[in-house]
Write a protein that binds this ligand. Sequence first.
Ligand code: GMT
Length: 375
Amino acid sequence: MKIAIVCYPTFGGSGVVATELGIALSQHGHEVHFVTYKQPVRLELLSKQIHFHEVSVPDYPLFHYQPYELALSSKLVDTVKLHNIDLLHVHYAIPHAYAGYMAKKMLEEEGIHLPMVTTLHGTDITLVGNHEFYKPAVTFSINKSDVVTSVSESLKDDTNRLFKVEKDIKVVPNFIDMAKHNPSYTDCQRELMAEPDERIITHVSNLRKVKRVTDVIEVFDRIQKKIPAKLLMVGEGPEKETCEKLCVEKGIENNVVFLGNSSEVDKILCFSDLFLLPSEKESFGLAALEAMASGVPVISSNTGGLPEVNKNGVSGYLSDVGNVAEMADNALSILSSEETLAAFKKQARETARSFDTKKIVPLYETVYEEAVSMK
Ligand code: GMT
């Protein structure tokens, strides 16, 4: 099949999922065309099976806001015609599903049928899409998609609760390449980050309010009072400065390393002992799954789709949002002995196996077949 994928090319979870999906589909013999404003960060290789088409939006002084949807839908029309695309898969409803539907209608005028699959990722539904300014357009684009998928049961329920959805939403969970996340890397340079007796605690996110990154610092502060530990904060975002100040206030700035964005998260996870994800909302928690696949147990909140990924008492522990004391106690219990930590590491990786790329990508292929046959 020739598939066009629209996504955000940045470090966000939806872009990562779309990119990894495109790569996996190309390995299954499909021809994949990414259509977005920049080459996706995790897309290092372009080949005969993987193409990238850049959407450019000319900067014209009349426009206070540059019309990206317009440029995207035009680029989609051109790409579909030039490469005989069979199917369009848009990730993140705003504005991708909307632009995709416009492209579909324009192509229809020329007698070309373009089936469209929309994957909902989380904030497009629970945070941004739910805003009154966007709601009618998001509802419309969901209902006009041929097939709609969501990354968790929880997100499916949220979508049905918040929007008047006429479609049956199919749940296709996010996935992970277990082979790529190998906890026994030989080039794992733990000594660069911590002393031999220190535990390494890691957090990866876009450091936005929804991630409750100050809770990460609070939990870590409680941990480091009991055992020697370092905290690695991976990612960039608006809450970074607040976190840095909080570390100084608590006098733990020398134990917290802000690493910025990284496209080699797997290499950081391979020397991590514990992962913290205390988010306010999380439709799935891809970062938690990446940690688990690397054999890193997860201390998370029990919000949204997180209980579908992180299994309480097995791959880590779940607590109510904001319960930093319980999160710290749970973290300390996992880190209390080499035996307990080793058991949780093993269990985390085993739990991640049910989300292996090999199991999940065929589910998308089934969805595509259904969309194509819907004419
Ligand atoms: O919150 C993020 O990390 C970014 C955001 C995105 O759309 O890029 O992530 C959402 O999609 C991810 C991939 O499906 C999910 O794993 C995240 O849970 C979800 N974020 C939220 O729901 C807050």
